[in-house]
Design a protein around this ligand. Structure first.
Ligand code: HH2
Length: 258
């Protein structure tokens, strides 16, 4: 899944693709590089970020979605707002990626009445404050239990299992140690019986481990994506599609003869 941030303030590429033309060109490049899905977002959820008004999100994302419909890959919309989910679906989105796992009032019902796929992600707290003091007794168990509850709630609302993807939410209310523990134990999330996604691309934990700025975290991101796939992720959400594709081509070739 290639990331298309139509935002002025995303942590690694904020402002680079804020115009419709730039965002669409970037998205098309990601498809050429081998992205199977594009995830389009108009609201940064990086630590410390403030929410974006519905109208602003609409103006950023809808023209990009519309321009990309028919681009050859399914489009995902990264949003927490139920009203906007429905507008994005009407504009061609085939997937909703919600960092709040459809916990907003009426979000479950909004998605249930459509045929699209949905990614339910775990976050402790909210973006403004989530990195102040993340705390867990057992991060893997707590994140998995939360996702199991959200899958059950989604099913109860009428969203079939084969439409659901779960994501432990690397960096969303987690220390570097929490993230490493989740990555080590990612395979345990397969027991939830739905597709598994991981988003580690250019994140702060990789900065902590390498001492590099977000745009220079490509190599670390590729390593993290590869480990995530090796540990059971079926979708990796990445900024650097070509590099990730190459690494996965090698991994796939090795594994297919194993
Ligand atoms: N990470 C980000 C945003 N959305 N969605 C899922 N499912 N999983 C993730 O790990 C995830 C996500 C943060 O990355 P990015 O979009 O590049 O940054 P920002 O939130 O600053 O726009």
């Amino acid at each position: 899944m290639g990331v298309v941030n139509v935002t002025p303030d995303s942590f690694s590429d904020g402002g680079l693709y804020l115009g419709v033309k730039q965002a669409v060109a970037h998205a098309r490049r990601l498809v050429e590089e081998g992205a199977d899905i594009l995830d389009i977002g108009g609201e940064s959820t990086r630590p410390g970020s403030a929410p974006v008004a519905l109208d602003e999100e609409r103006q950023r994302v809808l023209p990009v979605l519309e321009a990309l419909s028919g681009c050859g890959v399914p489009l995902s919309v990264d949003t927490r707002k139920p009203e906007f989910m429905l507008e994005a679906i009407a504009a061609g989105a085939a997937m909703v990626n919600d960092v709040t796992a459809l916990t907003a009032p009426a979000a479950l019902e909004a998605v249930a009445k459509t045929p699209v796929a949905v990614c339910l992600m775990h976050m402790q707290g909210d973006p403004r404050t989530m990195q102040e003091s993340p705390s867990y007794q057992d991060v893997v168990r707590e994140v998995r239990d939360y996702l199991a509850q959200r899958v059950a709630a989604a099913e109860q609302a009428g969203i079939a299992r084969d439409r659901i993807v779960v994501d432990p939410g690397f960096g969303f209310g987690k220390t570097v140690e929490h993230n490493l523990e989740l990555l080590r134990s990612l395979a345990e999330f397969r027991s939830l019986g739905v597709a598994l996604m991981a988003g580690l691309s250019r994140k702060a934990m990789l900065g902590r481990l390498t001492g590099r700025e977000p745009r220079d975290r490509v190599h670390a991101s590729v390593a993290a994506a590869l480990l995530a796939v090796q540990n059971g992720a079926q979708i990796v959400r990445v900024h650097d599609v070509a590099a990730t594709r190459d690494a996965l081509a090698v991994w796939t070739a090795v594994m297919s003869n194993g």
